[in-house]
Design a protein around this ligand. Structure first.
Ligand code: NAP
Length: 284
């Protein structure tokens, strides 16, 4: 049970975590924090948070757990505004989709002594954003990755582990580097490909006709291109190195497939599609 939780960024992820913790009876009260008072008022109306503050220092001052759920590019400024205002014993965590840049920002702002900081990332989401899109079941049976640092107090990690379990999630731990490599491959690259594909079609001359003929497969494949551009801009830059490695690797494989199609090399085409189908059927 968390007596008082402060949610900085009451959007899809932050709002859903608030809803899940309230539904589980795992939190006493929640103060929300963000830049737009109208959105925060709406979050109170929806019962997602109990009260709100637009001043980060005030919002965090009496909280036991502080969750930062803003776009990763906004985290350094949020950490700077938090610094010096946490009460003793408070635990700080985040939900950012890339971890290396967030950990670096925390180290720079807090000075390498952040034993109370537990970096985290729920592997759950939708292409929608904002508090209206939030729902309590988002994390049910989904994974949350924690990437505790060498300096992180195990008791702080335990608090955040229990918080996510109460929200319905399965919690696992990875190193920061491993997290960023894995997520570059499984989440960040697919988003880049979906955005690039839809943009290519959108810029083609006959685009109206093109999208009229887009059927289920195209919609399934490109759903994530409706995700928030600012959020994904931030993630691409935050996980630049690992993402560029994956883009290069994928570009080479795509070029090989293009060559096989050009050469009518049926063996290579079928081998590629068979490997992909087997992997998709087995793991997804
Ligand atoms: P969202 O629905 O757009 O919510 C973001 C929240 O952050 C909003 O409430 C917004 O409120 C606040 N915010 C935006 N810019 C800010 C800034 N510059 N300074 C302070 N607050 C700011 O986005 P989300 O999908 O919940 O994503 C939040 C975090 O979760 C991101 O770090 C993302 O990487 C991570 N994440 C997302 C997903 C996903 O699938 N969406 C999955 C896992 C993790 P105001 O505009 O009122 O400030």
């Amino acid at each position: 049970m968390i007596s008082r939780l402060c949610m900085i960024g009451v959007g899809l992820i932050g709002g859903s975590l608030c809803r899940a913790l309230k539904a589980a009876g795992a939190v006493g009260s929640i103060v929300g924090c963000g830049r737009d008072p109208m959105q925060l008022e709406r979050a109170v109306e929806l019962g997602v948070i109990d009260s709100f503050e637009t001043d980060i220092a005030k919002a965090v001052s009496d909280a036991d757990v502080i969750v930062v759920a803003v776009p990763v590019g906004a985290m350094p400024a949020v950490f700077a505004a938090i610094k010096g205002h946490l009460k003793p014993g408070a635990v700080l965590t985040d939900v950012g989709s890339a971890k290396g840049s967030v950990v670096l920002a925390a180290r720079e702002v807090f000075g390498g002594d952040e034993s109370y900081f537990v970096p985290g990332h729920p592997i759950a989401g939708t292409e929608k954003n904002g508090v209206e899109a939030s729902f309590a079941e988002l994390f049910n049976e989904q994974r949350v990755i924690l990437t505790p640092l060498e300096v992180t107090d195990p008791a702080a990690t335990q608090v955040i582990h229990k918080m996510w379990q109460a929200a319905g999630a399965e919690v696992i731990s990875l190193s920061v580097e491993h997290h960023d490599e894995v997520l570059a491959a499984t989440s960040h690259l697919p988003h880049v490909i979906a955005y690039a594909l839809v943009d290519t079609l959108a810029r083609m001359h006959e685009r109206r006709e093109m999208f009229q003929f887009a059927a289920g497969g195209f919609r399934d494949f490109t759903r994530i291109a409706s995700s928030d551009p600012q959020m994904w801009h931030d993630i691409c830059l935050a996980n630049k190195d690992a993402l560029l490695d994956m883009i290069r690797r994928f570009s080479m494989d795509l070029a090989d497939l293009a060559k096989a199609i050009e050469d009518e090399d049926s063996a290579t085409i079928k081998a590629t599609f068979n490997r992909a189908k087997q992997a998709r059927d087995q793991y997804c």
